[in-house]
Design a protein around this ligand. Structure first.
Ligand SMILES: Nc1nc2c(ncn2[C@@H]2O[C@H](COP(=O)(O)OP(=O)(O)OP(=O)(O)O)[C@@H](O)[C@H]2O)c(=O)[nH]1
Ligand SMILES: [Mg+2]
Length: 448
């Protein structure tokens, strides 16, 4: 009888926190390959980020094994000699876990596990584990679970290929004769489709909410994890949000009203941070959250200006934005943490700023430079207020009344053949009004 249940490494259990000796001890394994920030910048710790990720996941990194390579070894990720070194170090440090700082194939994972005889977690799994631990809302939890299932689905094939077919059934038939792999695949597949359905339901609700925000000017804060997006949200809107010196503190989008002096609502959203080598499944499953960025009228890219890998961070954010369809969005780049920028970083920073069309230097914690950002956002919001001039027949006074209710009327003139109305619209309203006109058979507008 085939195994009917499949235990997946779903939501992680809480782990002891920092400074707690019960924390799991890990050795990090990393192939240093071209493109790694530490190869260009001597000040960058090649394992700084993975250590921060491990720390966030409640794991203590006791040792590191590095190997410079042009590409990963297809079978073992690093060379066999390096695995021997890893194995010895792990024994010496009494490690319980190996963390590989790349997404690796199931085969590579299995081979490392066999040599070192310890559990191996790759970068993608570590990030998903953090997401699972930090997810608060029902939606975020489902999204992480989906990403984890999808990741394990791609690994099942290799996990079970070594198993022979189950007894008592014909090859290729469903039911008792199927292989363990097929059974597990089917279970995972079913779980995935259930999760997708549940998420689609939640997204539908979110879309209704989004609709109710039509007419507002929407802004999304995006950026590398820990850049200060939530701190910016707090500074700009005064609302209390979770701010932590940790990676991936924010996993749920939160949207707040930003009380700006404009005759329409301005909504500011905090989003999930990006990171290098973010697992594809995770980006895709946070689709609803990222919709916030996609549907924004303006993006504020928050950059940690004190980060030694600033250019790499920015590049990876830009790449992710383009992957989620945000290439063409209006964007401000806000270089944050000005108070932490060293003098020797200033020159490089100015050079980076010069490359951006609209950039600002701020400190979200002490408020330096924030007023200039507000000023710029205000002027963009004002520009977005669209205007139009329409001639309506006298017989359609209902439409004239509707226009009065949808826009600010600057001028109204009664002519012999109709009423000419000049009006200013809030973002999104002009399109709605013209849609109404079209439905009334009155397009194109008499004048514009
Ligand atoms: N010195 C300094 N620290 C800052 C500034 N802005 C934010 N921080 C700190 O940077 C850390 C991360 O800030 P968050 O606002 O949580 O960053 P985030 O981009 O929302 O991070 P995630 O949600 O984890 O992706 C916190 O410890 C903040 O106090 C700043 O202008 N100066
Ligand atoms: Mg945050």
């Amino acid at each position: 009888m085939a195994k009917q249940s499949f235990d997946l490494p779903l939501l992680a259990t809480p782990r002891p926190s920092d400074g707690d000796d019960r924390r799991e001890v890990a050795v990090v394994l990393k192939a240093l390959m071209p493109g790694d920030p530490s190869l260009n910048l001597s000040s960058v710790d090649p394992v700084g980020e993975i250590k921060a990720l491990a720390d966030t996941a409640g794991v203590r990194v006791a040792g590191v094994v590095l190997q410079k390579r042009n590409r990963p070894h297809p079978g073992t990720y690093v060379g066999k000699g390096k695995l021997e070194e890893l194995s010895q170090l792990a024994v010496k440090l009494e490690a319980q876990l190996i963390i590989v700082d790349d997404p690796i194939s199931p085969g590579q994972g299995r081979n490392i596990e066999e040599r070192v005889e310890l559990r191996v977690v790759d970068r993608a799994e570590l990030i998903m584990d953090i997401f699972a631990r930090n997810a608060r809302s029902h939606q975020a939890k489902l999204q992480v679970e989906l990403a984890q299932l999808q990741y394990s689905q791609s690994r099942l094939t290799r996990m079970w290929t070594h198993l022979s077919r189950m007894e008592g059934g014909a090859v290729g038939t469903r039911g008792p004769g199927e292989t363990q792999l097929e059974t597990d695949r089917r279970i995972v597949h079913r779980k995935i489709s259930i999760l997708k359905k549940r998420l689609a339901g939640i997204e539908k609700q979110a879309q209704t909410q989004h609709k109710s925000r039509e007419g507002s000017f929407r802004i999304a804060l995006v950026g590398y994890t820990n850049a200060g997006k939530s701190t910016m949200l707090k500074r700009l809107t005064g609302s209390d949000v979770l701010i932590e010196d940790r990676l991936f503190s924010t996993l749920d989008t939160s949207t707040r009203n930003w009380a700006l002096d404009v005759p329409f609502d301005v909504l500011l959203s905090d989003t999930v941070g990006f990171i290098r080598k973010l697992p594809h499944g995770l980006v895709a499953s946070f689709h609803a959250t990222l919709m916030e960025a996609r549907e924004a009228d303006l993006l504020i890219h928050v950059v940690d200006a004190s980060s030694p890998t600033i250019e790499f961070d920015m590049e990876s954010v830009e790449r992710t934005l383009s992957r989620i369809g945000c290439d063409e969005h209006s964007k401000l780049v806000v270089f944050n943490k000005l108070d932490r920028v060293h003098e020797d970083q200033q020159f490089g920073l100015r050079h980076l700023m010069a490359k951006q069309e609209h950039s600002f230097m701020v400190s979200a914690t002490d408020g330096t430079g924030i007023d200039l950002v507000v000023e710029r956002v205000l002027s963009i919001a004002h520009e977005r207020q669209q205007s139009g001039s329409y001639k309506l027949p006298h017989s359609r006074s209902d439409l004239a009344a509707k226009l009065h209710s949808m826009a600010a009327v600057d001028h109204e003139e009664y002519l012999e053949d109709g009423i000419v109305i000049e009006a200013r619209f809030d973002p999104g309203q002009k399109a709605r009004w013209e849609h109404l006109l079209m439905k009334a058979g009155l397009l194109p507008p008499a004048t514009d």
